[in-house]
Design a protein around this ligand. Sequence first.
Ligand SMILES: Nc1ncnc2c1ncn2[C@@H]1O[C@H](COP(=O)(O)OP(=O)(O)O)[C@@H](O)[C@H]1O
Ligand SMILES: [Mg+2]
Length: 328
Amino acid sequence: MATAQQLKALLQSYSEADGEMFVSVALQIAAHEARSGRDKFAAELKQLVDEIKGKQRTAKVGGAVPMARPTGELATLLSATYPHTKLSEMVLAPSQRESLEQIIREYRQQSKLREHGLSARRKILLVGPPGVGKTMTSWTLAGELKLPHFAVQLHSLITKYMGETAAKLFAIFESMRHARGVYLFDEFDAIGSMRAGSNDVGEIRRVLNSFLQFLEQDDSDSLVIAATNLEEILDDALFRRFDDVIRYKMPSESELSSLVFNRLAAFQLSNADLMQVTDAARGLSHAEVCRACDEAAKMAVLNDRRYIIIEDMLRAVGSRQERKHPMR
Ligand SMILES: Nc1ncnc2c1ncn2[C@@H]1O[C@H](COP(=O)(O)OP(=O)(O)O)[C@@H](O)[C@H]1O
Ligand SMILES: [Mg+2]
């Protein structure tokens, strides 16, 4: 049998989500069993450990929290990934960048804060129009903090039965305690809205209340992120429950030009052309500008060019504008 020390180490590694330690302790136990002549049991343990290692390998980054793949009901509620997105890839307004840097700094030093009775900000609300980097922010926080990213599948969460939805929400908040990660409630307005639908207002309201209650009680080490396009329909009570609210806007002129510059960094584009593109892209979201850049980049790649033809780029931008304002 495993020794008391080994069992303790095993539980400790689980509570700290330390996958490497878990595997190493489990192997020690297997070796111990083999030495005690229980070869069959030792081989079974070894095989289980190999399976765990195989699962971990896909999620391996230096010092990263290993991925705990959601199982059972959670598998339909959470979509797990391991993003490598970095803050430097994002084009942000200075105040947004500061907020994100602050969250990262506090999270990295949370034990230091805890020693002084302080807690790192972990519950973040992201508000702004579509395509401005809210979802990307959630990936970035996971990437920078080397945490797995769990996107809550709202369509699986919200069912006709209130009790069922609340039970599912509870399962998600439980998971936050056991599987440390970034938990994203994207398109949060689906539960955050006050005036959604007509006759299911009461239901949504109650789901929202359970969400708020769970959020308030949550003292896990996970980051909880909610993102929404619809600030005006979000309840005041909601804003108060988050540690931080970050607001996103459509890109400014200098942000537009940084987006184009970054996205087309692998190609040649003159300054004059960059200015012309920025001008034409006014009013587009970050996401739309990125897509227009990708279209022009594809034209270059398919024609074996290292440079962007300005007409390709303007056409791509124009068609994004056209989609946005078909009446113009
Ligand atoms: N601030 C940004 N900086 C760099 N790229 C961005 C930014 N915002 C959006 N993008 C690009 O557009 C894509 C879609 O953005 P997304 O984060 O889904 O927007 P939102 O969640 O606000 O609707 C991103 O994956 C990224 O390629
Ligand atoms: Mg989004």
